[in-house]
Write a protein that binds this ligand. Structure first.
Ligand SMILES: Cc1cc2nc3c(=O)[nH]c(=O)nc-3n(C[C@H](O)[C@H](O)[C@H](O)COP(=O)(O)OP(=O)(O)OC[C@H]3O[C@@H](n4cnc5c(N)ncnc54)[C@H](O)[C@@H]3O)c2cc1C
Ligand code: HEM
Length: 414
């Protein structure tokens, strides 16, 4: 809760800070990495920096948090904080680093806004920063403690036991533990951060969703090569697919992630596109391992059957669940040999009967998730029943803080 002294200052300066927040975030990162180049070794994702998506995510999150403090002080943006805290925990971020970020962020605020940052303005924004920082630090402490790890012990080495070509572009890695320490179980839908050494000597972290329920010995994840087109090819996905083989070691974090299966007993609908199948595969595997009786509907869109990664595993799991149903949409036409209903073109929810009172999980490219979410909201599904996983810094979140009322299409019409 903001103090009475700071609230009017934040209200008055929010528009100017919001107008410059992306510039502040950009200056902040340049300054931070200038002073701490070691943060590119195993901590920050340089692909996201090059694409500027992390700058935008940081800027958006601070703007959303500050405006929530003045507009809806009784309601903290929990989903936003939880997403960030899980990402931080998967990277082993320690509380001490919040001072480093603070100092560099406030340097950037003064650098961009100059004399507008009076001592009174600086003190009010300092309060916002520490309210957000402590909310995150506390959540992260809880996450580390629930996993039985500390920031510097989230990492562990695994050995690649199997490398499976799923499709021309997707490779599955099955890794085995390398010591007798207990393997912490993941919740269905969670991801790990994998740290991969790169040719220039730094380790680069990337997140990958777990695609199978834990068995105490192995973990499994699947990687899609990112082809750059007119931009550079993806760094880590191609390194993993091309250079990491059976017998090699990989450093991976404990599992984290806030988009996890709700075990409230309600029907579940998974809607995925392309590599977005991975968290769904993990959740289906958990449901199968638990002998679940939940009615599950899988909706998946892909280019064609050959591009549908993990299809055998996913459909075998689906078949083992009583009352389950599967539908796929292929851009290249409704042909395939799998025992599911095949449709041509883009996913179209009007072609399927959705169960009443279901919870929904979405994963795939942002335009796909925006279209599916809009269609669900249009069909009167409450927005609290729709969760989604973004494979990158979440730039959608800021928009969603002003939730559309159920029954309206919101801002993201298909
Ligand atoms: C929670 C979560 C779960 C995920 N789960 C999975 C999963 O199960 N499977 C999976 O395959 N992926 C998953 N991802 C995505 C994964 O973490 C990586 O982002 C993905 O593998 C791409 O990493 P990369 O290093 O290959 O690409 P990067 O090198 O990070 O490149 C990313 C993009 O930036 C562009 N880029 C890079 N450098 C520049 C530059 N200098 N200028 C302009 N553009 C540039 C590239 O062209 C590319 O489009 C997940 C992500 C998250 C956050
Ligand atoms: C109040 C302070 C902070 C805020 C508001 C903040 C905000 C964010 C946001 C919004 C994201 C993106 C989450 C997503 O994936 O959607 C993120 C990721 C990240 N944060 Fe923070 N953060 C803070 C403090 C820190 C600190 C202290 C560190 C330590 C150096 C840190 C390191 C990271 C890293 C490494 C990532 C992942 C970046 C990437 O994948 O590109 N953050 N943070």
């Amino acid at each position: 809760m903001l103090s009475d002294r700071s609230r009017p200052v934040i209200e008055a300066t929010l528009p100017v800070v919001a107008d410059h927040i992306e510039e502040i975030a950009s200056r902040f990162y340049t300054h931070l990495f200038g002073a701490h180049p070691e943060l590119f070794d195993g901590v920050f994702n340089r692909g996201n920096q090059a694409e500027r998506s992390q700058q935008m995510a940081l800027a958006g999150s601070v703007a959303v948090f500050a405006s929530a403090l003045v507009k809806t002080p009784e309601q903290v943006p929990e989903h936003l904080l939880s997403r960030i805290a899980h990402k931080h925990a998967s990277l082993g971020i320690a509380p001490e680093l919040y001072d480093v970020v603070h100092d560099n962020l406030f340097w950037a605020i003064v650098d961009v806004l100059g004399s507008a940052v009076t001592p009174e303005v600086a003190a009010a924004w300092d309060e916002v920063y520490w309210l957000m920082a402590y909310a995150l630090i506390n959540q992260e402490r809880g996450l580390y403690s629930a996993r039985g790890v500390a920031p510097d012990t989230v990492w562990r080495d695994w050995e690649v036991a199997e490398k499976i070509d799923e499709t021309p572009d997707v490779v599955t890695f099955r890794v085995r533990r390398t010591d007798q320490r207990l393997v912490r179980t993941s919740l269905p839908g969670q991801y790990v951060t994998v740290q991969v050494p790169t040719p220039d000597g730094v380790r680069q972290p990337r997140q990958y969703s777990l695609t199978r329920a834990d068995d105490g010995e192995y973990r499994q994840f699947s990687v899609k090569r990112v082809r750059g087109g007119d931009k550079p090819d993806g760094e880590v996905s191609n390194l993993l697919c091309d250079t990491v083989g059976v017998g090699d070691r990989l450093t991976m974090s404990a599992p984290f992630g806030d988009v996890v299966l709700d075990d409230s007993g309600r029907p579940v609908v998974f809607a995925s596109a392309g590599i977005g199948i991975t968290p769904m595969a993990g959740m289906l595997s958990h449901l199968t391992a638990a002998g679940s009786q939940l009615p599950v509907t899988l909706l998946h869109a892909d280019v064609d059957e050959q591009s549908f990664a993990l299809r055998e595993q996913v459909l075998a799991d689906l078949r083992s669940l009583p009352g389950s149903a599967g539908h796929v949409w292929y851009e290249n036409g409704a042909t395939g040999t799998l025992p599911v209903e095949v449709h041509a073109g883009q996913m179209d929810l009007s072609q399927v009967r959705l169960p009443d009172d279901a919870t929904y999980y979405l994963c795939g490219p942002l335009p796909f998730m925006q279209a599916v979410r809009s269609a669900l909201i249009e069909a009167n599904v409450p927005s609290r029943d729709i969760q989604y996983e973004v494979f990158g810094p979440d730039l959608w979140q800021a928009d969603l803080v002003t939730e559309p009322t159920p029954g309206t299409s919101g801002r993201h019409a298909a």
